[in-house]
Design a protein around this ligand. Structure first.
Ligand code: SF4
Length: 369
């Protein structure tokens, strides 16, 4: 636990910490600069419950149909000791996987305690790394430290290749049609797989082995062409790995955010919740709508104060140092004096405003002619 752990517990109020999973950890990378999200996630606050309490429920969530379909596909791929998955890895992905051992780590001696499951994952992985038998591990339970809180992660399967490297296999139920899948879904799967690769590398290092024995190449298994027939695609997740590592390093510095908070602040559900949430700075951007439970609340807040982020992350970044659209317009028409650090930006805004006015004049003149 870190020094900030008691403060983070207080922030959460009486609620139990919400565990991260690969999806939530991957989503941290979607808005790196948001203190609100960083703090709520570090404290394990249930953002979904907070958003509902504020009257702005999350705009997303999987339908029951999609969940059932996803579970059915995963079950099919893993049937008979992952027979279908092995065929795919051998034939389509070209992996030289010979006879394999298969271990399901979901149930340990009749119980499913997470510590116990994690200990068994460690033990079996250790044996496999030392050259003992063990090729496919189903339901391994990995652990990552997120600002002092253990986050348990469960990859769909880990395949152990003969060449001595582990590959994460991610099973997803979105379709690959004529070799193409929805880029956003592939990107999200790559971010999640990168979290698993990172957790696995840390475990391998803890066990005294080279983390590079966990490959940055992961395998994405999806249904093919409107059927339930699975297909496997190799993905290089090095860029996503770098981003996730950077973000986790930032999260461990959450102590700075905690220090800056007013005393007694808590995200416990109650009358003061809106005020509490607003006390922590947010960096809303339209991308939040796909990745953060707080998105509708933050969008409403950003619109109300005319934040530049409402116009998109690139506009906000281009207008760095100018927080509101109104301020940008005043700098552009010269009614606001720019401080020295914004002089260059103000000049660019005035030029843009002049060019726009000239273009409008020309268009109007052309229209009359
Ligand atoms: S929705 Fe709000 S809290 Fe979540 S990342 Fe965006 S700005 Fe931050």
């Amino acid at each position: 636990m870190t020094d900030t752990a008691p403060a983070l517990d207080r922030l959460r109020g009486d609620a139990p910490p919400r565990n991260h999973d690969a999806r939530t950890i991957a989503a941290l990378t979607a808005n790196p600069g948001c203190a609100r999200r960083g703090l709520m996630d570090a404290a394990g606050v249930d953002k979904d419950a907070v958003a509902r309490h504020l009257g702005f429920p999350a705009p997303f969530g999987q339908s029951q149909f999609a969940i059932t379909r996803g579970n059915g596909f995963e079950q099919q791929v893993k049937e008979n000791g992952c027979a279908e998955l092995l065929t795919l890895l051998r034939e389509r992905a070209g992996l030289d996987v010979a006879e394999v051992a298969y271990d399901d780590l979901e149930v340990v001696a009749g119980g499913e305690g997470r510590e116990l499951r994690h200990a068994r994952t460690r033990a079996l992985l250790g044996r496999a790394l030392d050259g003992d038998a063990g090729t496919l591990f189903d339901h391994p339970l990995l652990k990552l430290d997120i600002a002092g809180q253990p986050a348990y992660l469960e990859p769909d399967v880990i395949a152990f290749q003969l060449a001595g490297r582990f590959h994460v296999v991610e099973i997803k139920s979105f379709a690959v049609i004529d070799g193409q899948a929805e880029p956003e879904q592939v990107a999200a799967a790559a971010r999640q797989a990168a979290v698993y690769v990172l957790a696995l590398r840390r475990l391998v290092a803890e066990l005294g082995h080279d983390p590079a024995r966990v490959s940055h190449e992961v395998f994405l298994v999806c249904p093919e062409n409107f059927s339930n027939r699975p297909t496997a695609t190799a993905l290089d997740v090095r860029p996503q790995l770098a981003t996730v590592e950077r973000q986790l390093a930032r999260l461990t510095r959450v102590d700075r955010l905690v220090e800056a908070l007013p005393d007694g602040l808590t995200f416990a559900l109650g009358e003061e919740l809106p005020e509490t949430v607003r006390a922590v700075e947010a960096r809303y951007a339209p991308e939040c709508m796909a990745s953060c439970e707080m998105a509708i609340f933050c969008r409403d807040e950003a619109r109300a104060c005319g934040a530049t982020g409402v116009l998109g992350r690139s506009v906000r970044d281009d207008l760095g140092g100018v927080d509101s659209v109104a301020a940008a317009l005043e700098l552009a028409d010269g009614t606001r004096e720019a401080p020295p650090e914004l002089a260059e930006l103000a000049g660019q805004l005035r030029t843009a405003a002049r060019l726009r006015a000239e273009a409008l004049q020309l268009a109007a003149a052309g229209g009359v002619a």
